[in-house]
Write a protein that binds this ligand. Structure first.
Ligand code: ZN
Length: 181
């Protein structure tokens, strides 16, 4: 059990392309997964937000993502987006690496996600809406991409304090719309 320091914007480890995990059942993999779980729990308490963490955020440049929503949790090893649906939606995104900033991004509304679980079993999930944008955000972390890099439209940045004065929480996600090409 260890709560690790969450790396903040500017830390070069956040910009690394992370290594694939060779052995999902190894002790090293389990350690990163456990530390992600413990660190997410602590960060949720501190910031009153957050659904997931990617390994580089705790300083481990490997392709592991941990997601916890209510009591459901997933450890995803080598997650990959293998397909996207025809619609996009706007999202006011945030990140523990820059916890006071919101960034408007465009994400696919539906994705297919493949990953390996801690038992080494290959799994596939069809995701849409908030879960779809969440996993696009997390997989981006594994490639050294931050939500800031995907800022979309005019005036895409807002400090959380200002955003909360202007918008209701329900404005975090826009409606699905056919992708502009
Ligand atoms: Zn993030």
């Amino acid at each position: 059990m260890a709560v690790r320091r969450i790396r903040l914007l500017g830390d070069p480890i956040l910009r690394k392309r992370c290594e694939r995990v060779q052995d999902p059942k190894s002790a090293a993999t389990r350690l990163v997964a456990d530390d992600l779980r413990d660190t997410l729990r602590a960060a949720k308490e501190k910031y009153k937000m957050g659904r997931a963490l990617a390994a580089p955020q705790i300083g481990a440049p490997v392709r592991i993502v941990f997601v916890q929503i209510d009591k459901q949790r997933w450890t995803m090893i080598n997650p990959e987006i293998t397909d996207v649906g025809p619609d996009d939606f706007l999202v006011w995104d945030d990140c523990f690496c820059f916890p006071n900033l919101l960034v408007r991004v465009t994400r696919a509304y539906q994705v297919t996600l493949g990953y390996t679980d801690l038992k080494g079993k290959q799994r596939t999930l069809q995701l849409q809406g908030p879960m779809a944008e969440l996993l696009q955000h997390e997989v981006d972390h594994l490639d050294g991409i931050l939500a800031l890099d995907r800022a979309s439209g005019l005036d895409p940045f807002a400090l959380r304090s200002e955003w909360e004065k202007l918008y209701d929480r329900s404005a975090r996600h826009g409606p699905p719309q056919p992708r502009e090409v």
